[in-house]
Ligand binder design. Sequence first.
Ligand SMILES: *Cc1c(COP(=O)(O)O)cnc(C)c1O
Length: 409
Amino acid sequence: MKRREIIKLLSAAPLIGGAAGSILPKTALGSAGAAGTIAKRDLIKELGLRTFINAAGTYTTMTASLMHDEVIEAINSSSQEFVMYDDVQDRVGERIAEICHSEAAMVTAGCWSALVLGTAGVLTGMDRKKVAQLPRVEDFDKNEVIVQKGHNHGYIHALTNTGIKPVEIERRADLENAINSKTALMYFLNESAPHGMILHEEWLSVAKKHNIPTIIDIAADIPPVENLWKYNDMGFDLVCISGGKALRGPQSAGLLLGKKELIAAARLSAPPGGGNIGRGMKVNKEEILGMYAALDKYVRQDHDKEWKMWEDRVTVIENAAKKVDGVTTAVTVPPIANHTPSLSISWDIGRVNISRQELQERLRMGTPSIEVMGDGDHTIKLTVFMLKDGQDKIVGNRIQEELLRASTS
Ligand SMILES: *Cc1c(COP(=O)(O)O)cnc(C)c1O
């Protein structure tokens, strides 16, 4: 209903003798959207979508994270005006670079596209002919990317999108041998550091020695907050981060941080320009600004306090589960990637007769629906950093309830 019509109805109300509220749809007077004129609609309800308590983590399939009010506000308020796309990237990029100790930065359509665009920038430099030629890079002087075997899985596809040829190595000596005049870039997947034979500093020192640019994927490796600048300070030329995981920016946003000339080159393969491999990796101005708002909020918040809150939530759930005979728990913190307190709940099948899958299904089908991760046949795994206040108790109670129901003692 248009505002004009509402006003007309309201002014007519005394004449027709009814209370205004009774003749208007309830929603019409509800809190208005940014435009201030439209009725609120609950599309999640309207479309029958299942919502759930996320005790699993920042999984893409579960829509990763919820944006803070500051992010929504940045999105809403900026949606009312036109601005030049490149101006938004310029200004936001300057601010993000300052926060993250990099020379330059851009907001990308997630960490994945930061990897694609960063690689593209390395391959093309400021040569627009090369930009247009990607991913046909066979005749480029440099078109190989070196990757350690332990780092070479799914995410490498982001780089091969540009046409590069991955060159897999294991040892330091192999690395030195693999470097040749065709080497464009050396790629490091941070979460796989323990699975590779060469660690960051050594990787960088070899790269510097041979003057090869480096790119690192630290997508889910915030927290800790220091990781936002750690790898820039360390000397990686390009750093790629997810915006929609623990940073709680838009799910479709990410950060590419790095050397000024590389970011400038990466932007040639990105919108608003066309005729490039990144034209489909658009982040709208609202998301670019929302990403900045999320980062700005994140670096200002009290991380110790947040950590303490996570520990408290874990304790609530752990205590509830442990009350059931035959149940054991363990709290761990992954050293990299999703570095937050994480709770495993296991049970002795002789005393609690339920499979891990069945417990997950019962939690999912219950009210409210709850998502947790699984590990083996008799263990569920939870994180608490995506919970809202009070949900720790609900999760603890529901898990206890289902475990008790399956209890044979
Ligand atoms: C999540 C993730 C990505 C992809 O990030 P998006 O922000 O979803 O594009 C890339 N690399 C790693 C290691 C990730 O965990």
